[in-house]
Ligand binder design. Structure first.
Ligand code: PLP
Length: 457
């Protein structure tokens, strides 16, 4: 009864992010009610393993009372303080300092946002201001990577390399350029790490030369492409891209909205690559999804240039909720949890997850298994040799998602039939076993699906 009325209200009034309006109306919403550890329960009492940590964000897992207490304490003491007019509050100040201490290299300055999209947007504004301050305002061209995702603002969706975010929205702009993804499974150079690195180096160099080395402001990249289907670059790819940017004086931006806060093992994935970006964008795991917040990290030389360029004038960028005290108090507590054992647990669970997913490689439908830490994907194909994706006419995304749900597993199901995994880092060995077993059942059921059998032939 409750479910029926909620489904109806949702259908009539709630617009869902990145969804087919018509498809959603037809299918109806599934309403979640509670969560504990790596498990969530819906309003009908069905318990599921959350193999996707909400939207790759609940890294610490559900039900941490200490986070609730930190938020409640901050709310009752001081729910809001602006950062405008030289004002501030203790929690965002302490959080900025804690983050700067842990960030790679000299990323010592932190601007808080409400999430990842406005972290990307803020970064673009600061980049423009930086080049203005350096008296090079013609540096207004940006390069990013096909299949990358950089949020859903007008500018971020243009940097994004996924057509679904462009069609009908008038983006990308003509100052937003792309190079090919490093997708090892489907790269024209084949599954050859060094050849892929060489090809990307040549392409980035050529792109900078074509656009004009004096025009290129920055290059944006995710350490692992998330929304593009969990595409892991070959070891050395990120460093090679960083080196080209350094050579040309182009700013290098690591978008760590998914990879940050332990998703791939360490607190920040770019530290695994041994590079320091000029800016780093984060969100999601920063508060583990308990409150909205993102953070832009900027290096000393960026901060100093902007400060000097502006002199006594205000740098006109900010939000009412920049550095929200409740979100900051939540993030401080979440950081304690990460360092109190959850990051370590995530490394153990990530090794178990990858080993478990590898055992599925021989399944007739599995074309590729990839990932790092607690970030992984299994790509389904109808012909392993030809790497034929499941045709869109079969609607693999909803078909696979529904089947997993029936098995008590929440996963990301990308178009073309790619399973995405980003479970909470607090997963127990039983949670990970459950994810693997349920995935195997879904694969077996899918193999028996008459519509899939038809395209297999
Ligand atoms: N950047 C990356 C790499 C992301 O994966 C995302 C979201 O998934 C964003 C930016 C946008 O973040 P948000 O959805 O919090 O606005």
């Amino acid at each position: 009864m409750l479910t029926n009325s909620l489904v109806e209200l949702d259908r009539q009034h709630l617009v869902h992010p990145v969804s087919s309006f018509q498809g959603h109306e037809a299918r109806g919403v599934r309403v979640l009610k509670s969560g504990n550890g790596a498990r969530v329960t819906d309003v009908e009492g069905r318990e599921l393993i959350d193999g996707f940590a909400g939207l790759w964000c609940v890294n610490a897992g559900y039900g941490h009372q200490s986070v609730v207490d930190a938020a409640a304490k901050q709310m009752s003491e001081l729910p809001y303080a602006t950062g405008y007019f030289d004002l501030g509050a203790e929690a965002p100040i302490r959080l900025a300092a804690e983050l700067a201490e842990r960030a790679p290299g000299d990323l010592n300055h932190v601007f808080f946002t409400l999430g990842g999209s406005d972290a990307v947007d803020s970064t673009i504004r600061y980049i423009r201001y930086y080049w203005y301050a350096r008296n090079q305002p013609k540096r207004d061209q940006f390069i990013s990577v096909d299949q990358g995702y950089h949020g859903s603002t007008t500018i971020g969706s243009g940097l994004t390399g996924l057509p679904a975010f462009h069609e009908g929205f008038g983006v990308p702009f003509d100052w937003q350029h792309k190079i090919l993804s490093h997708d090892l499974y489907r790269h024209p150079e084949g599954n050859n790490p060094q050849a892929v690195i060489d090809a990307s180096v040549a392409e980035l160099r050529a792109k900078i030369e074509t656009v004009g080395p004096e025009r290129v402001a920055a290059f944006f990249v995710e350490p692992i492409q998330g929304s593009g289907g969990v595409l892991v670059p070959p070891k050395g790819w990120i460093k090679a891209m960083r080196d080209i940017c350094t050579e040309y004086g182009v700013l290098f931006i690591a978008d760590e909205v998914i990879t940050g806060f332990g998703r791939t093992g360490p607190l920040f994935a770019c530290s695994e690559e041994g590079i320091v970006p000029d800016f780093m964008t984060t969100a999601k795991g920063l508060t583990s999804g308990y409150a909205p917040m993102g953070a832009v990290f900027m290096s000393d030389h960026i901060y100093d240039t902007i400060a000097q360029g502006a002199g006594p004038r205000a740098v006109g960028h900010g939000f009412t909720y920049s550095g929200h005290p409740v979100s900051a108090a939540v993030a401080l507590e979440v950081l304690k949890l990460y360092e109190g054992g959850i990051l370590e647990n995530g490394c153990r669970a990530g090794a178990q997850l990858m080993a478990g997913l590898e055992t599925l490689r021989d399944h007739p439908l599995v074309g590729d298994v990839r990932g790092r830490g607690m970030l992984a994907a299994v790509e389904l194909v109808t012909d392993k040799e030809k790497k034929t994706p499941i045709p869109a006419t079969v609607q693999p995304a909803t078909r696979l998602f529904d089947r997993a749900w029936e098995q008590g597993l929440v996963i990301r199901s990308f178009a073309q039939g790619i399973f995405g995994y980003a479970p909470p880092l607090c997963c127990t060995p039983e949670d990970i076993d459950g994810i693997i077993e349920r995935t195997k059942t879904v694969l077996d059921q899918t193999l028996e699906d008459p519509e899939i059998r038809q395209v297999l032939r």
